[in-house]
Design a protein around this ligand. Structure first.
Ligand SMILES: Cc1cc2nc3c(=O)[nH]c(=O)nc-3n(C[C@H](O)[C@H](O)[C@H](O)COP(=O)(O)OP(=O)(O)OC[C@H]3O[C@@H](n4cnc5c(N)ncnc54)[C@H](O)[C@@H]3O)c2cc1C
Ligand code: SF4
Length: 430
Protein backbone atom coordinates (compact mmCIF):
# COMPACT_ATOMS: atom_id res chain seq x y z
CA UNK A 1 0.00 0.00 0.00
CA UNK A 2 1.18 3.54 -0.82
CA UNK A 3 2.21 5.89 2.00
CA UNK A 4 -0.38 8.56 2.75
CA UNK A 5 0.31 12.28 2.31
CA UNK A 6 -2.01 15.06 3.44
CA UNK A 7 -1.73 18.43 1.72
CA UNK A 8 -3.43 21.30 3.56
CA UNK A 9 -4.63 24.07 1.19
CA UNK A 10 -5.13 24.02 -2.57
CA UNK A 11 -3.52 27.34 -3.58
CA UNK A 12 -0.18 27.82 -5.30
CA UNK A 13 1.98 25.76 -2.94
CA UNK A 14 -0.59 23.08 -2.01
CA UNK A 15 -1.79 22.27 -5.52
CA UNK A 16 1.77 21.99 -6.84
CA UNK A 17 2.78 19.62 -4.01
CA UNK A 18 -0.36 17.52 -4.53
CA UNK A 19 0.34 17.16 -8.24
CA UNK A 20 3.99 16.30 -7.74
CA UNK A 21 3.46 13.87 -4.85
CA UNK A 22 0.52 11.86 -6.14
CA UNK A 23 1.75 8.49 -7.32
CA UNK A 24 4.67 8.30 -4.93
CA UNK A 25 2.13 8.93 -2.13
CA UNK A 26 -1.62 8.55 -1.94
CA UNK A 27 -2.48 12.25 -1.59
CA UNK A 28 -5.49 13.77 0.16
CA UNK A 29 -5.90 17.54 -0.23
CA UNK A 30 -7.83 19.29 2.53
CA UNK A 31 -9.23 22.67 1.51
CA UNK A 32 -11.15 24.86 3.96
CA UNK A 33 -13.20 26.59 1.24
CA UNK A 34 -15.61 25.32 -1.37
CA UNK A 35 -15.26 24.74 -5.09
CA UNK A 36 -14.33 28.06 -6.70
CA UNK A 37 -16.87 29.92 -8.86
CA UNK A 38 -16.13 33.30 -10.49
CA UNK A 39 -18.13 36.27 -9.20
CA UNK A 40 -21.22 36.62 -11.41
CA UNK A 41 -22.61 40.14 -10.91
CA UNK A 42 -21.65 43.01 -13.23
CA UNK A 43 -20.30 46.38 -12.11
CA UNK A 44 -23.35 48.50 -13.10
CA UNK A 45 -25.46 46.25 -10.83
CA UNK A 46 -22.92 46.69 -8.00
CA UNK A 47 -23.02 50.46 -8.62
CA UNK A 48 -26.83 50.33 -8.06
CA UNK A 49 -26.45 48.29 -4.86
CA UNK A 50 -23.84 50.83 -3.66
CA UNK A 51 -26.48 53.54 -3.83
CA UNK A 52 -28.56 51.69 -1.20
CA UNK A 53 -25.61 52.22 1.16
CA UNK A 54 -25.75 48.50 2.03
CA UNK A 55 -22.12 48.12 1.00
CA UNK A 56 -19.92 49.81 3.57
CA UNK A 57 -17.54 47.21 4.96
CA UNK A 58 -15.19 45.26 2.66
CA UNK A 59 -15.82 42.10 4.71
CA UNK A 60 -19.32 42.03 3.15
CA UNK A 61 -17.74 40.83 -0.10
CA UNK A 62 -17.86 37.31 1.37
CA UNK A 63 -21.69 37.41 1.30
CA UNK A 64 -21.71 37.78 -2.45
CA UNK A 65 -18.35 36.22 -3.39
CA UNK A 66 -17.41 33.55 -0.87
CA UNK A 67 -14.07 32.79 -2.57
CA UNK A 68 -12.69 36.12 -1.37
CA UNK A 69 -11.85 36.40 2.31
CA UNK A 70 -11.23 39.75 3.98
CA UNK A 71 -9.58 40.24 7.35
CA UNK A 72 -8.82 43.50 9.10
CA UNK A 73 -5.29 44.33 10.20
CA UNK A 74 -3.99 47.50 11.87
CA UNK A 75 -3.90 51.05 10.40
CA UNK A 76 -7.18 50.54 8.53
CA UNK A 77 -5.56 47.95 6.28
CA UNK A 78 -7.59 45.01 4.97
CA UNK A 79 -6.06 41.67 4.03
CA UNK A 80 -7.42 39.90 0.97
CA UNK A 81 -7.03 36.19 0.31
CA UNK A 82 -8.67 33.41 -1.65
CA UNK A 83 -10.64 30.65 0.04
CA UNK A 84 -11.69 27.66 -2.01
CA UNK A 85 -10.18 25.41 -4.65
CA UNK A 86 -7.20 27.21 -6.19
CA UNK A 87 -6.68 29.40 -3.10
CA UNK A 88 -5.63 32.96 -3.86
CA UNK A 89 -4.46 32.08 -7.39
CA UNK A 90 -8.09 32.17 -8.60
CA UNK A 91 -8.39 35.87 -7.69
CA UNK A 92 -4.92 36.84 -8.89
CA UNK A 93 -4.20 39.01 -11.90
CA UNK A 94 -2.07 36.26 -13.44
CA UNK A 95 1.30 38.06 -13.19
CA UNK A 96 4.24 35.75 -13.72
CA UNK A 97 7.56 36.97 -12.34
CA UNK A 98 10.54 34.92 -11.21
CA UNK A 99 11.68 36.42 -7.90
CA UNK A 100 14.15 34.11 -6.22
CA UNK A 101 16.97 36.59 -5.53
CA UNK A 102 16.62 36.31 -1.72
CA UNK A 103 16.50 32.52 -1.95
CA UNK A 104 19.56 32.40 -4.18
CA UNK A 105 21.39 34.52 -1.59
CA UNK A 106 20.69 31.69 0.90
CA UNK A 107 22.29 29.18 -1.48
CA UNK A 108 19.04 27.89 -3.01
CA UNK A 109 19.21 27.23 -6.75
CA UNK A 110 15.76 26.74 -8.29
CA UNK A 111 16.84 26.93 -11.96
CA UNK A 112 15.65 23.37 -12.64
CA UNK A 113 12.24 24.02 -11.08
CA UNK A 114 11.72 27.26 -13.03
CA UNK A 115 12.70 25.47 -16.25
CA UNK A 116 10.06 22.80 -15.57
CA UNK A 117 7.49 25.50 -14.79
CA UNK A 118 8.10 27.27 -18.07
CA UNK A 119 7.27 24.01 -19.86
CA UNK A 120 4.12 23.46 -17.75
CA UNK A 121 2.50 26.89 -17.46
CA UNK A 122 1.91 29.10 -20.52
CA UNK A 123 3.15 32.68 -20.00
CA UNK A 124 2.15 35.44 -22.43
CA UNK A 125 3.39 39.04 -22.68
CA UNK A 126 2.02 39.99 -26.12
CA UNK A 127 -1.11 41.74 -24.81
CA UNK A 128 -0.05 45.32 -25.55
CA UNK A 129 -2.22 45.64 -28.64
CA UNK A 130 -5.30 45.14 -26.43
CA UNK A 131 -4.57 48.07 -24.09
CA UNK A 132 -6.86 51.10 -24.03
CA UNK A 133 -5.42 54.40 -25.35
CA UNK A 134 -5.02 55.87 -21.86
CA UNK A 135 -2.99 52.88 -20.69
CA UNK A 136 -0.73 53.29 -23.73
CA UNK A 137 -0.33 56.95 -22.76
CA UNK A 138 0.63 56.04 -19.21
CA UNK A 139 3.18 53.58 -20.55
CA UNK A 140 4.70 56.35 -22.70
CA UNK A 141 4.61 58.77 -19.74
CA UNK A 142 6.55 56.26 -17.63
CA UNK A 143 9.14 56.10 -20.39
CA UNK A 144 9.33 59.92 -20.56
CA UNK A 145 9.87 59.94 -16.79
CA UNK A 146 12.66 57.35 -17.23
CA UNK A 147 10.80 54.85 -15.04
CA UNK A 148 11.55 51.92 -17.37
CA UNK A 149 8.05 50.36 -17.52
CA UNK A 150 8.01 46.64 -18.31
CA UNK A 151 5.13 44.72 -19.88
CA UNK A 152 3.82 42.20 -17.34
CA UNK A 153 4.02 38.53 -18.38
CA UNK A 154 0.74 36.73 -17.63
CA UNK A 155 0.07 33.10 -16.75
CA UNK A 156 -2.56 31.70 -19.10
CA UNK A 157 -3.77 31.76 -22.64
CA UNK A 158 -3.83 35.58 -22.79
CA UNK A 159 -3.66 35.68 -26.59
CA UNK A 160 -7.41 34.93 -26.20
CA UNK A 161 -7.94 37.40 -23.31
CA UNK A 162 -11.23 39.29 -23.73
CA UNK A 163 -10.08 42.31 -21.71
CA UNK A 164 -13.10 42.04 -19.42
CA UNK A 165 -11.03 43.27 -16.46
CA UNK A 166 -12.46 40.70 -14.03
CA UNK A 167 -9.29 38.72 -13.19
CA UNK A 168 -9.58 39.39 -9.44
CA UNK A 169 -13.19 38.22 -9.48
CA UNK A 170 -12.20 34.96 -11.18
CA UNK A 171 -11.72 34.72 -14.93
CA UNK A 172 -15.16 33.91 -16.43
CA UNK A 173 -13.61 32.83 -19.74
CA UNK A 174 -11.08 30.25 -18.57
CA UNK A 175 -8.15 32.29 -19.94
CA UNK A 176 -6.16 32.98 -16.79
CA UNK A 177 -4.14 30.14 -15.28
CA UNK A 178 -4.79 29.24 -11.66
CA UNK A 179 -3.74 26.34 -9.48
CA UNK A 180 -6.96 24.40 -10.10
CA UNK A 181 -5.19 23.11 -13.21
CA UNK A 182 -2.63 21.42 -10.96
CA UNK A 183 -5.41 20.10 -8.71
CA UNK A 184 -7.15 18.58 -11.73
CA UNK A 185 -3.94 16.81 -12.74
CA UNK A 186 -3.44 15.52 -9.21
CA UNK A 187 -7.03 14.24 -9.10
CA UNK A 188 -6.73 12.59 -12.52
CA UNK A 189 -3.76 10.69 -11.13
CA UNK A 190 -5.79 9.53 -8.14
CA UNK A 191 -5.48 12.28 -5.48
CA UNK A 192 -8.52 12.91 -3.29
CA UNK A 193 -9.75 16.49 -2.76
CA UNK A 194 -11.92 17.23 0.28
CA UNK A 195 -13.40 20.74 0.27
CA UNK A 196 -15.01 22.35 3.31
CA UNK A 197 -12.34 20.70 5.50
CA UNK A 198 -10.59 23.19 7.75
CA UNK A 199 -7.50 21.74 9.38
CA UNK A 200 -7.28 22.79 13.01
CA UNK A 201 -3.98 21.23 13.97
CA UNK A 202 -1.29 18.73 13.16
CA UNK A 203 -0.98 16.00 15.76
CA UNK A 204 2.63 15.02 16.41
CA UNK A 205 4.55 12.84 18.82
CA UNK A 206 8.27 12.23 19.33
CA UNK A 207 9.22 14.43 16.40
CA UNK A 208 6.81 12.83 13.92
CA UNK A 209 3.49 14.07 12.57
CA UNK A 210 0.80 11.42 12.94
CA UNK A 211 -1.92 13.20 11.00
CA UNK A 212 -4.27 16.17 11.19
CA UNK A 213 -7.47 17.09 12.96
CA UNK A 214 -9.91 18.83 10.63
CA UNK A 215 -13.36 20.32 11.00
CA UNK A 216 -15.99 19.51 8.37
CA UNK A 217 -19.13 21.45 9.21
CA UNK A 218 -19.92 20.53 12.80
CA UNK A 219 -17.93 17.31 12.64
CA UNK A 220 -14.33 16.81 13.68
CA UNK A 221 -12.30 14.39 11.60
CA UNK A 222 -9.04 12.61 12.28
CA UNK A 223 -6.94 11.95 9.19
CA UNK A 224 -3.77 9.92 9.72
CA UNK A 225 -0.76 10.51 7.44
CA UNK A 226 2.84 9.49 6.81
CA UNK A 227 3.64 12.95 5.42
CA UNK A 228 1.92 16.31 6.02
CA UNK A 229 2.42 19.34 3.75
CA UNK A 230 1.10 22.58 5.17
CA UNK A 231 0.23 25.09 2.43
CA UNK A 232 -2.64 27.03 3.99
CA UNK A 233 -1.12 30.36 2.89
CA UNK A 234 0.76 33.11 4.69
CA UNK A 235 -2.05 33.67 7.20
CA UNK A 236 -3.46 30.11 7.44
CA UNK A 237 -0.22 28.19 7.98
CA UNK A 238 1.03 30.09 11.07
CA UNK A 239 -2.38 29.61 12.68
CA UNK A 240 -2.38 25.82 12.16
CA UNK A 241 1.20 25.64 13.44
CA UNK A 242 0.36 27.67 16.50
CA UNK A 243 -2.64 25.39 17.22
CA UNK A 244 -0.19 22.48 16.93
CA UNK A 245 2.15 23.96 19.56
CA UNK A 246 4.73 25.22 17.05
CA UNK A 247 5.54 28.92 17.22
CA UNK A 248 6.23 30.92 14.08
CA UNK A 249 8.15 34.19 13.88
CA UNK A 250 6.72 37.72 14.13
CA UNK A 251 8.10 38.46 10.65
CA UNK A 252 4.87 38.78 8.71
CA UNK A 253 4.94 40.87 5.54
CA UNK A 254 1.85 41.49 3.40
CA UNK A 255 2.88 43.71 0.42
CA UNK A 256 0.48 46.62 1.16
CA UNK A 257 -1.38 48.08 -1.81
CA UNK A 258 -2.71 51.61 -2.18
CA UNK A 259 -4.36 52.83 -5.37
CA UNK A 260 -4.13 56.45 -6.49
CA UNK A 261 -7.01 57.32 -8.81
CA UNK A 262 -8.47 60.12 -10.91
CA UNK A 263 -11.76 60.65 -12.68
CA UNK A 264 -10.88 60.29 -16.37
CA UNK A 265 -14.04 60.06 -18.43
CA UNK A 266 -14.39 57.09 -20.77
CA UNK A 267 -11.12 55.48 -19.77
CA UNK A 268 -12.83 52.10 -19.18
CA UNK A 269 -9.95 50.69 -17.18
CA UNK A 270 -12.53 48.42 -15.55
CA UNK A 271 -12.71 46.60 -18.89
CA UNK A 272 -9.03 45.99 -19.40
CA UNK A 273 -6.47 43.38 -18.35
CA UNK A 274 -5.32 44.55 -14.89
CA UNK A 275 -1.62 45.28 -14.28
CA UNK A 276 -0.66 45.26 -17.97
CA UNK A 277 2.74 46.76 -17.18
CA UNK A 278 4.72 47.74 -14.09
CA UNK A 279 7.39 50.16 -12.99
CA UNK A 280 9.89 48.58 -10.57
CA UNK A 281 11.43 50.94 -7.99
CA UNK A 282 13.38 50.12 -4.86
CA UNK A 283 10.75 49.08 -2.30
CA UNK A 284 7.66 49.41 -4.48
CA UNK A 285 6.07 48.85 -7.87
CA UNK A 286 3.51 50.98 -9.71
CA UNK A 287 1.02 49.46 -12.14
CA UNK A 288 -2.36 50.38 -13.70
CA UNK A 289 -5.08 48.53 -11.79
CA UNK A 290 -8.82 49.04 -11.39
CA UNK A 291 -9.43 48.40 -7.68
CA UNK A 292 -12.71 46.50 -7.45
CA UNK A 293 -12.80 46.45 -3.65
CA UNK A 294 -12.49 50.24 -3.48
CA UNK A 295 -15.12 50.55 -6.21
CA UNK A 296 -17.50 48.37 -4.16
CA UNK A 297 -16.88 49.80 -0.69
CA UNK A 298 -14.96 53.10 -0.72
CA UNK A 299 -17.15 56.23 -0.79
CA UNK A 300 -14.55 58.18 -2.78
CA UNK A 301 -15.01 55.71 -5.63
CA UNK A 302 -18.74 56.40 -6.09
CA UNK A 303 -18.37 57.30 -9.77
CA UNK A 304 -19.08 55.45 -12.97
CA UNK A 305 -16.66 52.50 -13.26
CA UNK A 306 -15.68 53.50 -16.82
CA UNK A 307 -14.64 56.99 -15.64
CA UNK A 308 -12.09 55.90 -13.02
CA UNK A 309 -8.41 55.39 -13.84
CA UNK A 310 -6.21 54.04 -11.07
CA UNK A 311 -2.55 53.30 -10.45
CA UNK A 312 -1.64 50.67 -7.89
CA UNK A 313 1.29 51.13 -5.54
CA UNK A 314 2.50 47.83 -4.11
CA UNK A 315 5.05 48.05 -1.31
CA UNK A 316 7.76 45.64 -0.23
CA UNK A 317 6.96 46.19 3.46
CA UNK A 318 9.21 45.57 6.43
CA UNK A 319 8.61 42.09 7.82
CA UNK A 320 7.25 43.16 11.19
CA UNK A 321 3.91 41.58 11.96
CA UNK A 322 2.34 38.47 13.40
CA UNK A 323 -0.58 36.06 13.26
CA UNK A 324 -1.69 35.06 16.70
CA UNK A 325 -4.86 33.13 17.59
CA UNK A 326 -6.33 34.20 14.26
CA UNK A 327 -5.60 37.89 14.88
CA UNK A 328 -3.28 39.59 12.45
CA UNK A 329 -1.07 42.33 13.86
CA UNK A 330 0.31 44.42 11.04
CA UNK A 331 0.76 48.14 10.57
CA UNK A 332 2.91 50.29 8.31
CA UNK A 333 6.28 51.31 9.73
CA UNK A 334 7.77 54.79 9.28
CA UNK A 335 9.94 53.34 6.48
CA UNK A 336 6.88 51.84 4.75
CA UNK A 337 5.05 55.19 4.97
CA UNK A 338 7.99 57.06 3.48
CA UNK A 339 8.17 54.59 0.63
CA UNK A 340 4.41 54.97 0.07
CA UNK A 341 4.64 58.76 0.01
CA UNK A 342 7.43 58.67 -2.59
CA UNK A 343 5.41 56.31 -4.78
CA UNK A 344 2.26 58.45 -4.41
CA UNK A 345 4.22 61.51 -5.54
CA UNK A 346 5.38 59.61 -8.64
CA UNK A 347 1.77 58.60 -9.39
CA UNK A 348 0.61 62.22 -8.99
CA UNK A 349 3.24 63.32 -11.49
CA UNK A 350 2.12 60.61 -13.91
CA UNK A 351 -1.53 61.70 -13.62
CA UNK A 352 -0.59 65.34 -14.17
CA UNK A 353 1.29 64.45 -17.36
CA UNK A 354 -1.79 62.45 -18.47
CA UNK A 355 -3.95 65.56 -18.10
CA UNK A 356 -5.65 64.86 -14.76
CA UNK A 357 -6.08 67.53 -12.10
CA UNK A 358 -3.50 66.66 -9.46
CA UNK A 359 -5.53 68.30 -6.70
CA UNK A 360 -8.53 66.01 -7.35
CA UNK A 361 -6.83 62.64 -7.05
CA UNK A 362 -8.39 60.18 -4.62
CA UNK A 363 -7.12 57.05 -2.91
CA UNK A 364 -8.30 53.47 -2.67
CA UNK A 365 -8.63 51.43 0.52
CA UNK A 366 -5.30 50.28 1.93
CA UNK A 367 -5.21 46.53 1.34
CA UNK A 368 -2.77 43.67 1.00
CA UNK A 369 -2.80 40.23 -0.58
CA UNK A 370 0.68 38.69 -0.44
CA UNK A 371 1.11 37.55 3.18
CA UNK A 372 4.09 35.44 4.16
CA UNK A 373 7.39 35.25 5.98
CA UNK A 374 6.49 33.72 9.36
CA UNK A 375 8.58 30.56 8.87
CA UNK A 376 11.40 32.01 6.75
CA UNK A 377 13.94 29.74 5.11
CA UNK A 378 17.55 30.16 6.23
CA UNK A 379 20.89 29.22 4.69
CA UNK A 380 20.99 26.20 7.01
CA UNK A 381 17.78 24.92 5.37
CA UNK A 382 18.90 25.52 1.79
CA UNK A 383 19.12 21.78 1.06
CA UNK A 384 16.40 20.38 3.30
CA UNK A 385 13.70 23.09 3.01
CA UNK A 386 12.81 21.88 6.50
CA UNK A 387 12.61 24.00 9.63
CA UNK A 388 13.98 22.18 12.70
CA UNK A 389 10.94 23.37 14.70
CA UNK A 390 8.77 21.05 12.61
CA UNK A 391 8.37 17.28 13.01
CA UNK A 392 10.59 15.46 10.48
CA UNK A 393 7.66 14.51 8.21
CA UNK A 394 5.90 17.90 8.29
CA UNK A 395 6.82 20.48 5.63
CA UNK A 396 5.56 23.99 4.95
CA UNK A 397 5.19 24.78 1.23
CA UNK A 398 3.75 28.24 0.77
CA UNK A 399 4.53 31.95 1.06
CA UNK A 400 5.38 31.50 4.77
CA UNK A 401 8.86 30.38 3.62
CA UNK A 402 9.94 33.68 2.04
CA UNK A 403 12.80 35.35 3.95
CA UNK A 404 11.44 38.83 3.14
CA UNK A 405 8.70 40.61 1.25
CA UNK A 406 9.04 40.50 -2.53
CA UNK A 407 6.77 43.54 -3.03
CA UNK A 408 5.94 41.73 -6.22
CA UNK A 409 3.81 38.82 -7.48
CA UNK A 410 5.00 35.64 -5.71
CA UNK A 411 3.02 32.76 -7.33
CA UNK A 412 5.71 31.56 -9.74
CA UNK A 413 8.35 31.49 -7.01
CA UNK A 414 6.02 29.68 -4.57
CA UNK A 415 5.36 27.08 -7.28
CA UNK A 416 9.11 26.58 -7.74
CA UNK A 417 9.67 26.16 -3.98
CA UNK A 418 6.75 23.70 -3.75
CA UNK A 419 8.20 21.67 -6.61
CA UNK A 420 11.51 21.42 -4.76
CA UNK A 421 9.80 20.37 -1.52
CA UNK A 422 7.82 17.68 -3.33
CA UNK A 423 11.06 16.44 -4.91
CA UNK A 424 12.71 16.19 -1.48
CA UNK A 425 9.70 14.30 -0.09
CA UNK A 426 9.60 11.91 -3.06
CA UNK A 427 13.29 11.20 -2.63
CA UNK A 428 13.32 10.76 1.14
CA UNK A 429 10.01 8.94 1.56
CA UNK A 430 8.96 9.43 5.26
C1 LIG B 1 -6.25 40.33 -5.50
C2 LIG B 1 -4.95 39.57 -5.57
C3 LIG B 1 -4.26 39.51 -6.78
C4 LIG B 1 -3.05 38.80 -6.85
N1 LIG B 1 -2.41 38.74 -8.05
C5 LIG B 1 -1.24 38.03 -8.14
C6 LIG B 1 -0.58 37.90 -9.39
O1 LIG B 1 -1.02 38.44 -10.42
N2 LIG B 1 0.56 37.16 -9.45
C7 LIG B 1 1.10 36.58 -8.32
O2 LIG B 1 2.17 35.97 -8.41
N3 LIG B 1 0.49 36.71 -7.12
C8 LIG B 1 -0.68 37.39 -7.01
N4 LIG B 1 -1.34 37.46 -5.81
C9 LIG B 1 -0.77 36.75 -4.65
C10 LIG B 1 -0.90 35.23 -4.76
O3 LIG B 1 -2.19 34.87 -5.26
C11 LIG B 1 -0.67 34.56 -3.41
O4 LIG B 1 0.48 35.12 -2.84
C12 LIG B 1 -0.47 33.06 -3.58
O5 LIG B 1 -1.60 32.45 -4.15
C13 LIG B 1 -0.15 32.46 -2.22
O6 LIG B 1 0.00 31.07 -2.38
P1 LIG B 1 -0.05 30.13 -1.10
O7 LIG B 1 0.16 28.74 -1.57
O8 LIG B 1 0.87 30.70 -0.08
O9 LIG B 1 -1.55 30.30 -0.50
P2 LIG B 1 -2.97 30.47 -1.14
O10 LIG B 1 -2.93 30.49 -2.62
O11 LIG B 1 -3.61 31.62 -0.46
O12 LIG B 1 -3.72 29.12 -0.71
C14 LIG B 1 -4.00 28.81 0.63
C15 LIG B 1 -5.23 27.87 0.65
O13 LIG B 1 -5.31 27.26 1.94
C16 LIG B 1 -6.66 27.23 2.36
N5 LIG B 1 -6.64 27.16 3.82
C17 LIG B 1 -6.33 28.16 4.71
N6 LIG B 1 -6.39 27.68 5.96
C18 LIG B 1 -6.75 26.36 5.86
C19 LIG B 1 -6.96 25.35 6.82
N7 LIG B 1 -6.81 25.58 8.14
N8 LIG B 1 -7.33 24.11 6.39
C20 LIG B 1 -7.48 23.87 5.05
N9 LIG B 1 -7.29 24.80 4.10
C21 LIG B 1 -6.91 26.04 4.51
C22 LIG B 1 -7.25 28.52 1.81
O14 LIG B 1 -8.67 28.42 1.72
C23 LIG B 1 -6.56 28.61 0.45
O15 LIG B 1 -7.29 27.93 -0.54
C24 LIG B 1 -2.53 38.15 -5.70
C25 LIG B 1 -3.23 38.22 -4.50
C26 LIG B 1 -4.44 38.90 -4.43
C27 LIG B 1 -5.17 38.95 -3.11
S1 SF4 C 1 -9.13 40.27 -18.42
FE1 SF4 C 1 -10.95 38.92 -18.38
S2 SF4 C 1 -10.61 37.41 -19.99
FE2 SF4 C 1 -8.64 38.40 -19.60
S3 SF4 C 1 -7.65 37.03 -18.12
FE3 SF4 C 1 -8.68 38.66 -16.93
S4 SF4 C 1 -10.70 37.81 -16.44
FE4 SF4 C 1 -9.84 36.53 -18.07
Amino acid sequence: MMDKAIVVGSGAGGAMCAKELQGRFQVTILEAGREFRPFGANLPLIAKIRKTRLLFDAREIEWIFSAMKIRKAGAGMILVSGRGTGGTTTISTGNALRLDGDLRALGIDLDGEFAELSAEIPVFAGHREKWHPLTRSFFDICREMKLDPQIMPKMGDHARCRSCGRCVLGCPHGIKWDSRQLLNQAQKNGARLLTGHRVERVVHENGRALGVLARHGLRKKWLPADLVILAAGGLGTPLVLQNSGITCEAKLFVDPVLCVAAEMKGSFQNRELPMPFAVQKKGHIISPYFDHLSFFFNRDWRRKPGDIYSLMIKLADENLGSVSRGRVEKTLTAGDRKNLEEAAATCAEMFQRAGADKSRLFFGTLNAGHPGGTLPLTAAQAKSFHDPRLPENLFVADASLFPASLGNPPILTILAMAKRIARICRRDGF
